[in-house]
Design a protein around this ligand. Structure first.
Ligand SMILES: [Zn+2]
Ligand SMILES: [Zn+2]
Length: 296
């Protein structure tokens, strides 16, 4: 391999899906292909910048993977979109948190007077879980995030508050002319709804504009959404319209409703691809499965 090619390979960003479901883990026969775990995505940059997005039950799979790889010490930043169960309740099962020598920063929005530390420690306070955060052997720090822009080494991170009950943040990572957006949970109201906000949709389209990868809430089919307006999630056609408008290169449908089977997710993907084809869009749409990974 020549030097330039090798350098490029080393510069790859590795994205891996450990849980693609929303709201509730759904193990069983009907969910074996896409997996039944709730939201967790890892994004690994060169030079040891290891980021984890959300700590649903999928983080247990990531935990198993890291242990099998014998990686130590582990240094990572865990970004939490918001503290609903399906985004935090895998935290106590993430074994690297209990190992000496590892180092984690857990970042996300505070909710009311509850800080990120309070939200994470609260679900492990002895009533809800038998082990509390004092048992963490790793060095763990917490950081409240607002809508802001900052950097971790050479990775630039931007955040935006999303339309969802409570405080929920979407993330955009920029690294050497490439970008990845993690935007869940989020509701894009239809124009006919009184809660529709043109300025919000414009802001969101700017936030994700031209990104290489958009991983986003596509909880419902259009028919299901009609019954779930105001629940804080989006439908297939809303997500596709937004991605096309924002010239997203690769759209990843994420955070599926717990009542949907593998076949239902296949159908959502087909619906999305059909809309994009009708529009002659350049956006490529995927529905990632648990355990799947790719390089950017
Ligand atoms: Zn969720
Ligand atoms: Zn939520």
């Amino acid at each position: 391999m020549d030097r330039k090619h090798k350098q490029l390979m080393e510069e790859n960003i590795k994205v891996a899906f450990w849980g693609v479901r929303g709201t509730l883990p759904v193990p069983g026969r009907k969910t074996v292909r896409y997996g039944g775990n709730t939201s967790c995505v890892s994004i690994e940059f060169p030079k040891d910048n290891f980021f984890i997005f959300d700590a649903g039950t999928g983080i247990k799979e990531l935990s198993n993977y890291l242990i099998s790889e014998n990686r130590a010490p582990i240094k990572a930043t865990i970004f939490i979109s918001h503290p609903h169960w399906d985004h935090i309740n895998g935290i106590p099962f993430f074994a690297p948190l209990y190992a000496n020598g590892n180092k984690f920063e857990i970042c996300g929005p505070s909710n009311g007077d509850m800080s990120m530390r309070g939200l994470i420690s609260g679900q492990m306070d002895g009533v809800y879980f038998p082990i509390n955060i004092k048992e963490f052997g790793a060095t763990v720090s917490f950081h409240n995030l607002e809508e802001e822009r900052f950097a971790i080494d050479t990775v630039e991170i931007q955040t935006m508050f999303l339309n969802h009950p409570g405080q929920c943040l979407g993330y955009r990572l920029n690294y050497r002319n490439r970008s990845i957006c993690y935007v869940t949970d989020n509701e894009i109201y239809p124009e006919s709804n009184r809660l529709y906000s043109e300025s919000y949709v414009n802001k969101l389209a700017d936030f994700i504009a031209n990104t290489d990868v958009l991983i986003t809430d596509c909880t419902y089919t259009d028919e299901e959404y009609e019954e779930k307006i105001g629940w804080g999630h989006s439908s297939v056609s809303q997500v596709v319209e937004l991605a096309d408008r924002a010239k997203v290169k690769n759209l990843y449908l994420f955070h599926h409703d717990p009542d949907q089977t593998d076949d239902d997710i296949d159908n959502k993907l087909k619906m999305a691809q059909a809309i994009l084809e009708r529009k002659g869009s350049s956006t490529v749409c995927n529905a990632p499965k648990e355990g799947e990974s790719f390089d950017v």
